[in-house]
Design a protein around this ligand. Structure first.
Ligand SMILES: [Zn+2]
Length: 257
């Protein structure tokens, strides 16, 4: 089926493109797109076009999405996989966008058989094999502030990348056992260091929410890697290098000025 998909993608690219005006406007709102080489920029634009053709956007509760809105979501979603390839987002199609943060019901049975039920208010959510759910309000907040560090789209898509190995656990697919061992060593040490800082009540560069578990640490640090790479490199140099190797990108270099 590979050839069929390639053929369809070529057709999509033949008939659709992100025009220069839309790209320039997106770049203005998404300052972390600066510094890409012309080849990377071309690839990101093409990936976003295919992403828009293959994924199904569902705005809910009366929300309307303009072309610009969709393009901006697609560009942010594709940036992390720019050097990895669109196949990293295979196996699911839905992108659900709520107008604002949304409530989800949770239910868990503890060791004593007691059922706990509660509601969480979320800015985003993603499921293995299921859709990515985003809050437009949260999305509007992210990306617009240079070096702001928060980005709900990158956060949720980082979860998707993490989930490719099964459960979200902060360990994305890695090319070898050695690479996995190296990842666990550096990532776990940086996660422990971060959790200690949070426990001690210190001010942390990353949102303290990232201490929830390894999956959240991976997603929050991925946001910072693309949005505020220089700050991440300053605070967590070993983590930065690890991510640089994994994502095959060096955002601190391209956003240096
Ligand atoms: Zn998360």
């Amino acid at each position: 089926m590979g050839w069929l998909r390639e053929w369809k993608r070529k057709r999509v690219l033949k008939h659709h493109a992100i025009d220069d005006m839309l790209w320039q406007r997106s770049r203005k709102y998404l300052p972390f797109l600066k510094g890409l080489s012309p080849a990377q920029e071309r690839r990101l634009r093409e990936m976003a076009v295919i992403f828009l053709a293959e994924k199904e956007f569902t705005p809910v509760r009366g929300l309307q999405l303009s072309d610009q809105d969709r393009v901006e979501i697609a560009l942010q979603a594709c940036l992390p996989i720019l050097e990895l390839g669109l196949s990293w987002y295979d196996g699911w199609v839905g992108v659900v966008v709520h107008p604002s943060d949304f409530k989800v019901s949770r239910r868990q049975t503890d060791h004593d058989g007691v059922v706990h039920e509660w509601q969480d208010e979320l800015a985003g959510e993603s499921w293995p094999g299921g859709p990515v759910v985003l809050s437009w309000e949260a999305l509007d907040d992210s990306g617009s502030v240079p070096e702001g560090g928060a980005n709900v789209v990158i956060h949720e898509f980082a979860h998707k990348i993490d989930m490719l190995t099964g459960e979200a656990d902060g360990v994305p697919p890695l090319p070898s056992r050695e690479a996995r061992e190296r990842w666990l060593k550096v990532f776990d040490a940086e996660f422990d260091r971060f959790c200690t800082q949070v426990e001690k009540g210190r001010d942390t560069f990353l949102d303290p929410y990232a201490s929830e578990d390894e999956a959240e640490f991976f997603a929050v640090a991925s946001e910072a890697f693309f949005e505020s790479p220089n700050a991440l490199r300053g605070e967590y140099p070993r983590l930065y290098e690890l991510f640089k190797g994994f994502y095959r990108q060096d955002p601190a270099q391209r956003l240096k000025s």
